[in-house]
Design a protein around this ligand. Sequence first.
Ligand SMILES: [Zn+2]
Length: 80
Amino acid sequence: MSLLPFDRSDPPHTPPDGCDDPLKWAMAHRLFQDHRANGDGACLTCVPVKLVPCHGRDLALRGFLSSLGLDDLVLPTKAN
Ligand SMILES: [Zn+2]
């Protein structure tokens, strides 16, 4: 069971209840979509190619959390 108020592998386009910044959520969602994986797990946007979750996905997650006022849940980014 996730502690987050959304599915981090498929966040909704519409922000969940408690979102303080819908514009930030929308921008994070766009970033999330841009950094989706192809069939081999590689990011469609990152150059050079990175496996997903890439830094773009991590940044999108930070945006989702920030828009919900949950910045304190952001973990350090793991480089791949
Ligand atoms: Zn990426």
